[in-house]
Design a binder for this molecule. Sequence first.
Ligand code: E4P
Length: 221
Amino acid sequence: MKIFLDTANLESIRKFNDMGLLDGITTNPSLMSKEGGNPKDAMKEITKIIKGDVSLEVVSTEYSGMMEEGKRLREYGNNVVVKVPMTPDGLKACKSLSSEGIPVNVTLIFSSNQALLAAKSGAKYISPFIGRLDDIGQDGMSLIKEIKEIFSHYDFGTQILVASIRHPLHVIDAAKIGADVVTLPPAVLDKMLEHPLTKIGLDNFLADWSKLTSGNADIKI
Ligand code: E4P
C-alpha cells in the first residue's frame, strides 16, 4: 500500500520524505489555504521535493476552466496528478486530460456508483472520503470494501486512494482491505510512528548503558 501525505505543509513533507515514507502527496484548496502564502510557489516546491505523484486540485467548476487549470498545473512537474471534483464537468475533464496522458485524481467520492463512473472516465486515482462519511454516521470503510470488490471484477487500472483519514485504525483497516493508497494528515502519520513501549524501552536501554559506562568517558561506540 502506498502512503501519501495529505498536506501542503513543506516542513511536514520534508520531515516524512527524509524518513523514506512518502510515495506521494495530496493537496486541496483548503489545505493550501491553511498554509497561506502564494499557493503556486508551494505547489511547485512540493513537486520538486517529492518524486512520486502530487495531486494538485483545480478550482474551476466548468470543463474548459478545469482543462486550462489542469494543463497549467501539469507544467509544474511531470509528477503532477490533476485533481478534479466528482461532477459531470469533472468527469469530462478527467476523460480529456487522461486521453492526453495527464493523470487525474477524481476527488469527493462518497459512493460506489461515483467510484465506478470516475474509473470509467479514465481516472488514475479515485478518492473516497471515509472520515467525512463517518462524521455523518455512515461507515466510510464499508465504502472502501465495496469499491475494492467492484474494481476486482474489472480491469480499470484505477487506484483506490483512501482519503479523509482521521486516525491510525483507519490505516490498518484500509491496508487489510488492500486499498492501493492511503493519504494521511501529518498528525496521523506521527501517531503511527509512536508506541509507549518503544519510548520506555529506549529510556531503559540508555539508562543501563549510562550505568555501565559512568565514570569512563573513553567508552564510545
Ligand atoms: C483528499 O485528497 C483530501 O485532501 C482529504 O483527505 C480530505 O480530508 P478531510 O475530510 O480531513 O478534509
